[in-house]
Ligand binder design. Structure first.
Ligand code: AMP
Ligand code: GLY
Length: 399
């Protein structure tokens, strides 16, 4: 199969690395990809949002499958454009991707599906959570415990422009739970824990994610949770004429009153994918293809008993800025030779040297029989990598 993978982050590198191991793969192509992906596939200078460019690439390559990584192109309808032109696409339609693209739409679908979620509040009074309605790369959510934080949050969402929602502040352990689907049938994938805040001890602003681990002890039965959370939402979307094809990602809070949904995403998580891909058993390509062509009946996926931990190396000004470019990165080969996986997020190659090019620069994944072993390996590999100003959390997956 000729496969086109759309996107350029560490999540896409992890997907590319796993897809490259599938026996059914003829060649892996990425649009636009990144220097890490270039080691396992061919990168083409087509932007992820460029629907026409992607279509002409798919036509030229006679693509058998297109896998869309990021939410932006999905919400913008890139998947629809490719599908309308006859290509199997792993990734939802724009209509179904509204489950991520609009917080108010997601709330409405959850209510109709009877899926437990935080209550919507009509006034912003601490404690509460203020969320910008549209896409904001994880940076449009403000958890407010004091009146001052509410004022700051209202100012910030106003500056982001557009609508916002206010909801009850939930307490508990947060987990990311993934399921793959062809629009009708659901294949539970598993759970990971993401570290959203920039600072150690969960301090500072929210980010796209600074690290992750899997498995999560608090989720002993992912299948049961998927049946309770994902399945009713997928049924509701199908009932509305917007069946969801792809990876449905629920951000859950395990509260004392049971699991409640914080948000849905219409794609794989980043950095959760960097811990799930090393644990996936079997043929990922076959599974994604089965979802894209509406044929997952009888398919399942299992995760290895090994644990995985990933640490994100970010730019010094991340999350305020994501444009840290041109700084030399040393030690990637050394880290890889220690047995760790180094997934490129925001890198470029200049004069044969890998340099920074973004906000979240690299994801370094260690694996091992326990989360502790995996964490040790991940941090040992991180120690071998350096670039000026690198920042990362030192408490990822610490008990
Ligand atoms: P979201 O983009 O909606 O997942 O929100 C980003 C992060 O904000 C979540 O991962 C949580 O850490 C936090 N968050 C969102 N909603 C709530 C809530 N209702 N209660 C507590 N924390 C929340
Ligand atoms: N790690 C959270 C996300 O991908 O949105």
């Amino acid at each position: 199969m000729q496969v086109v993978l759309v996107g350029s982050g560490a999540r896409e590198h992890a997907l590319a690395w796993r897809l490259a191991q599938s026996p059914g793969l003829t060649e892996l192509h990425a649009a636009p990809g990144n220097p890490g992906i270039a080691a396992v596939g061919r990168c083409h200078p087509v932007r992820a949002e460029d629907a026409e460019g992607l279509l002409s690439l798919a036509l030229t390559l006679e693509a058998d499958l297109i896998v869309v990584g990021p939410e932006g192109p999905l919400v913008a309808g890139v998947g629809d454009h490719l599908r309308m032109n006859g290509f199997p696409v792993f990734g939802p339609s724009a209509e179904a991707a509204r489950i991520e693209g609009s917080k108010s739409f997601a709330k409405e679908v959850m209510r109709a599906a009877g899926v437990p979620t935080a209550e919507t509040l009509s006034v912003a009074r601490a404690p509460c959570v203020v969320k910008a309605d549209g896409l904001a790369s994880g940076k449009g959510v403000f958890v407010c415990r004091t009146p001052e934080e509410v004022d700051e949050a209202l100012l910030a969402v106003t500056q982001l422009g557009g609508d916002f929602v206010i909801e009850e502040l939930l307490e508990g352990e947060e987990v990311s739970l993934f399921a793959l689907t062809d629009g009708r049938l659901v294949v539970p994938l598993g759970a990971a824990h993401d570290f959203k805040r920039i600072g150690d001890g969960d301090t500072g602003p929210n980010t796209g994610g600074m690290g992750a681990y899997s498995p999560v002890a608090g989720v002993p039965d992912a299948d049961a949770l998927v049946a309770r959370v994902h399945e009713p939402v997928l049924e509701e979307l199908a009932r509305r004429g917007a069946p969801f094809v792809g990876c449905l990602f629920a951000g859950l809070m395990l509260t004392p009153d049971g699991p409640k949904v914080l948000e849905f995403n219409a794609r794989f998580g980043d950095p959760e994918t960097q811990v799930l891909m090393p644990r996936i058993q079997g043929d990922l390509l076959q599974l994604l293809f089965a979802c894209a062509v509406g044929d997952v009946a009888g398919t399942s996926v299992s995760l290895s008993g090994d644990a995985a931990v990933t640490i994100v190396l970010a730019a010094p000004d991340y999350p305020a800025r994501s444009d840290y470019a041109g700084i030399q990165i040393d030690g990637i080969d050394d880290a890889e030779s220690s047995g760790a996986l180094v997934f490129h997020g925001g890198t470029a190659v200049r004069d044969d040297t890998v340099v920074t090019n973004g906000g979240r620069i690299l994801s370094v994944t260690g694996t091992g029989p326990t989360v502790e072993d995996a964490r040790e390996r991940a941090y040992a590999a991180v120690d071998r990598i350096s670039f000026e100003g690198a920042r990362y959390r030192r408490d990822i997956a610490h008990a």
